[in-house]
Design a protein around this ligand. Structure first.
Ligand code: HEC
Length: 106
């Protein structure tokens, strides 16, 4: 009995972890906020720009490609959206951290 309760707890724990996958890790959220990404992007819903999960679903970018697109967006990739402004002032290491995280989204 005790054991099955424990199993339930573990299963629930796993379920809530996988559900939390579209949650932004705190260190990444800080970078997204600082670099204004959050003004136009959400993880799983369209805002001004496409949701990050949508970006990965459609394009399956490598982190380096995402970094490139932060500095030099290609609006042709996203018809029906306004063009994203080039964000050349995002520090490279921060852009890479953000890009690595985006590339893990499903
Ligand atoms: C002013 C609004 C705005 C801001 C700020 C903004 N974006 Fe965007 N983003 C867009 C829009 C609109 C698109 C779709 C059109 C385009 O790609 O130009 C887009 C597209 C993207 C794409 C897909 C690129 C492609 O070509 O497939 C990525 C990745 C992205 N943004 C990441 C970021 C990150 C990371 C930041 C912060 C460093 C950021 N964006 C800040 C509006 C914004």
């Amino acid at each position: 009995m005790k054991k099955s309760l424990l199993t339930v707890a573990v299963v629930l724990g796993i379920a809530s972890v996988s559900k939390a996958q579209t949650k932004i890790p705190p260190d990444i959220e800080k970078l997204l906020q600082k670099n204004t990404c959050l003004a136009c992007h959400k993880v799983d819903t369209r805002l001004v720009g496409p949701a990050y999960v949508e970006v990965m679903k459609k394009k399956k970018y490598k982190p380096e490609q995402i970094v490139e697109l932060i500095y030099k967006p290609n609006p042709k990739n996203w018809e029906g959206y306004p063009p994203m402004a080039a964000l050349s002032n995002v520090p490279k290491d921060e852009a890479l951290k953000i890009a690595k995280w985006i590339s893990t989204l499903k």
